[in-house]
Design a binder for this molecule. Structure first.
Ligand SMILES: [Ca+2]
Ligand SMILES: [Ca+2]
Length: 389
């Protein structure tokens, strides 16, 4: 959570530094890092700059990451997003030294307070922020109005992150968010071939359908490290975020499992997901376990879902766990068959039944450090289904 607040704070400071004419027409964004050309030259066909996904909100909120309160509501076209507070964001792949124009339609409702409302663009090298720009909205916008933000990605950029922020008491409505890249392909590169071994002989026997077997608990690695994500605060190696959640409070005092704080997740409509986003994605085969304490449900027993997702929010594993109301339950999910060619960026914990808030404490993962370092990591034999001959 430390970083979560820091990020907003940074935007607040940057925000007040910016002269902000109301964006009724083109607003050129300036880069704090000049665009130099001393990066590694890549061939044009290697360069990929991603579009925003679901920029029109016709598919709901995914894959936008939100914090706090939002609504999918009537938009300029079909549905749109209303950010009550504080933000929605989306990170997309980018290349260095590329010009772009982000266009979106926005309007506001409510009285402007002392905090800021507007649009931020972060330039990232992996998880390191190289620079950012902020475009403030300082006066009410009654009807959906086009805002355009142009910029150039600095050297070493590998992604950009768009922020739509309202910490101001106003509700910010946005819709039809698009990005136009100049001189950069928006066609994704072909996927990296998987390492599925080719059968060397044509099967002659009639294949027997595989019998499902329960996933075995993986053997506990010798070089197992516990990596804390939340004990009394969110580790600086992780972001905290949510979907369908009214508020996240990492300073909750009651109930606490251990130490000073727990993490309270208050749900919007009896359903919500809190997630932890790894700043450095975790090689999937190195993940041994996800562990946490959970409390605060209002039914006698209740089922939570624990999901591992890659950076595209593609689930790599879903597990359900049952907890009892009114007490802390210890959850330990172990993994044995995560795909070798994937990395884990999100650990998501969903409550889809209760309308009560739930509480998390002592969230950590067990990571097999041998699997990160050794080339045996790529031994796919144990991760792929057996080939039947
Ligand atoms: Ca729309
Ligand atoms: Ca604690």
């Amino acid at each position: 959570m430390k970083l979560y607040f820091r990020t907003q704070h940074t935007r607040f400071i940057l925000g007040i530094l910016f002269l902000s004419a109301l964006a009724l027409f083109l607003i050129p964004a300036t880069n704090q890092t000049s665009a130099s050309s001393n990066h590694l030259a890549m061939s044009q066909t290697d360069e990929y700059c991603a579009p925003f996904e679901n920029g029109g909100f016709e598919n709901g909120i995914m894959p936008w990451i939100t914090s706090g309160q939002f609504e999918i509501t009537a938009g300029r076209t079909g549905q749109g997003l209303a950010i009550i507070t504080p933000y929605a964001r989306q990170k997309i792949d980018a290349e260095p030294n590329k010009d772009f124009t982000i266009s979106l339609y926005a309007k506001t409702e409510g009285e402007f307070g002392s905090n800021w409302t507007g649009i931020g663009v972060d330039y990232l090298d992996g998880v390191t922020e190289l620079a950012d720009t902020v475009t403030q909205i300082t006066e009410p916008i009654g009807d959906y109005t086009l805002i355009e933000i142009s910029g150039t990605t600095p050297a070493n950029t590998s992604a950009i992150r768009l922020w739509l922020y309202s910490g101001n008491g106003v509700t910010l409505f946005v819709d039809d968010i698009e990005i136009e890249w100049i001189d950069c392909s928006t066609t994704p590169p072909p996927p990296i071939p998987t390492q599925t071994p080719e059968p060397t002989a044509v099967p002659t026997a009639t294949p027997v359908p595989p019998t499902p077997v329960p996933t075995p608990t993986p053997e506990r690695p010798e070089n197992l490290e516990s990596i804390m994500i939340f004990d009394d605060a969110v580790s600086s190696d992780w972001y905290l975020g949510s979907w369908g959640v009214v508020s996240l409070n990492p300073l909750a005092k009651e109930p606490i499992f251990e130490g000073e704080n727990s993490l309270e997740v208050s749900l919007a409509n009896g359903s919500g997901t809190a997630f932890f986003e790894a700043k450095s994605p975790i090689p999937a085969p190195s993940l041994y376990s996800v562990n946490f304490m959970v409390s605060g449900v209002d039914a006698p027993t209740q089922t939570f879902e624990v999901q591992l997702m890659n950076k595209s929010f593609q689930p790599l594993s879903r597990s359900t766990v049952t907890v009892t109301a009114g007490e802390w339950s210890e959850i330990n999910v172990t993994y044995s068959s995560l795909p070798a060619d994937q990395t884990i960026q999100y650990i998501a914990i969903t409550n889809s039944v209760s309308s009560a808030p739930f509480y998390l404490d002592n969230v950590f993962i067990g990571q097999n450090m041998d699997a990160i370092e050794g080339p045996e990591l790529l031994d796919t034999q144990i991760f792929l289904p057996a080939i039947i001959r």
